[in-house]
Design a protein around this ligand. Structure first.
Ligand code: NAP
Length: 344
């Protein structure tokens, strides 16, 4: 397993980590959680990602229980969780107020049965809380030893910039990473909007939904198989299910089929491996967070490691030609371009 530094920090993270959204503590409970974590760890994947909101806290408690029962040494693991949505209702039970960050952090640690996490993520930005309060609260969490680093998830480049600015002015610790959606079909934010942040702050991404929820495995090419995410969570993914019948979804399926031909014909691998290796090849990706409902999926997905060096410039060009969705970088780095007279 190759390891990379998480953004500008000294923390080494595996190129492929494992997350628990919908799966661990959700559709997967009990011993199977242990099996998935065990197989991942035995194959070099020692980083596990969860969130207070996943299965209303059950993802954290199931992952914590499994790790404890497996007897894994805490210092051998990188554990990340995320705060924002909370697990209960009430005006102060969610968001990024100092109150929820501190109370939420304590509740997460209790569920995980751990003294600390390695990275605590702000699961979303909170426009209702002053940025200074957010930065100070995450620094308090770090000072208390409840987390070693903090990071953002699904923030805009503008919001990340503000957090850096506030931290710099106050002499505090800034976020080290952004957890964002990135896959062959979802590229604008990580490849275009964040481009200046990689250069200025060296932030890294911890990529989520790398297989677009399974679409990039080819499992939805001929409809929705039983016991798949779209079958098990039909209500939650109603629009994704509907889109498979529409032009947008059909175009994606056509591209998955073309990518499959390329993967099998020229790389001797599955389209799944091509999709994961393509993300790992991006130097701004610190770790690709895998999702798996079965241990076999972990084993299968980790085969992508062998495909990373096969992605030569020629193969990358062929992938781009099939996708035809490369974001055009804006010379102003995300700010609106000026017109020929220099006006916005
Ligand atoms: N920060 C955020 O806002 C955010 C949002 C979403 C996710 N995340 C994180 O990112 C992690 C990964 O996201 P994701 O689960 O959406 O990732 P994904 O890789 O796009 O989808 C994973 C799902 O695809 C299917 N799959 C995976 N490997 C397969 C294989 N080899 N063959 C067939 N099917 C396969 C499985 O679903 P089925 O078997 O059920 O079909 C699996 O649960 C999450 O667990 C979470 O930690 C973060």
């Amino acid at each position: 397993m190759p390891f990379r530094r998480l953004g500008p920090s000294g923390l080494r993270v595996p190129v492929f980590s494992l997350g628990g959204w919908l799966t661990l503590g959700g559709t997967v409970v009990g011993d199977p959680v242990k099996e998935i974590i065990k197989i991942a760890f035995e194959n070099g994947c020692n980083m596990f990602d969860t969130a207070e909101t996943y299965a209303k806290g059950k993802s954290e408690s199931e992952m914590g229980r499994a790790i404890k029962e497996l007897g894994l040494r805490r210092s051998d693991l990188v554990i990340t969780t995320k705060l924002f949505w909370g697990t209960k209702s009430g005006p102060n039970a969610a968001g990024l107020s100092r109150k929820h960050i501190i109370e939420g952090m304590q509740a997460s640690l209790q569920r995980l049965q751990m003294d600390y996490v390695d990275v605590i993520f702000a699961h979303r930005p909170d426009p209702h809380v002053p940025m200074e309060e957010v930065v100070r609260a995450f620094n308090y969490v770090i000072d208390k030893g409840w987390a070693f680093y903090w990071a953002t998830s699904d923030w805009s480049a503008r919001e990340i910039e503000e957090a850096y600015h506030v931290a710099s002015v106050l002499g505090l610790i800034a976020p080290i990473a952004e957890q964002c959606a990135h896959n062959l079909f979802n590229r604008e934010k990580p490849e275009k909007e964040y481009a200046p942040l990689y250069k200025k702050y060296n932030i890294g991404t911890t990529v989520w939904s790398p297989l677009a929820g399974g679409l990039l495995t080819g499992k939805y090419n001929d409809g929705i198989p039983a016991d798949s995410r779209l079958a098990n969570h039909g209500d939650e993914f109603k629009s994704a299910v509907e889109s498979l019948q529409k032009e947008e979804g059909l175009t994606k399926i056509r591209k998955v089929k073309e990518l499959t031909k390329l993967a099998e014909g020229e790389l001797n691998c599955k389209v799944t491996h091509l999709a994961l290796a393509w993300l790992a090849r991006n130097p701004n990706t610190s770790t690709v967070i895998l999702g798996a409902s079965k241990p076999e999926q972990v084993i299968d997905n980790l085969k992508a490691i062998e495909v990373i060096p096969k992605l030569t410039p020629e193969i990358m060009a062929k992938i781009e030609a099939i996708l035809d969705n490369k974001p055009t970088p804006v010379p102003t780095h995300g700010r609106p371009p000026l017109d020929p007279f220099g006006r916005l």
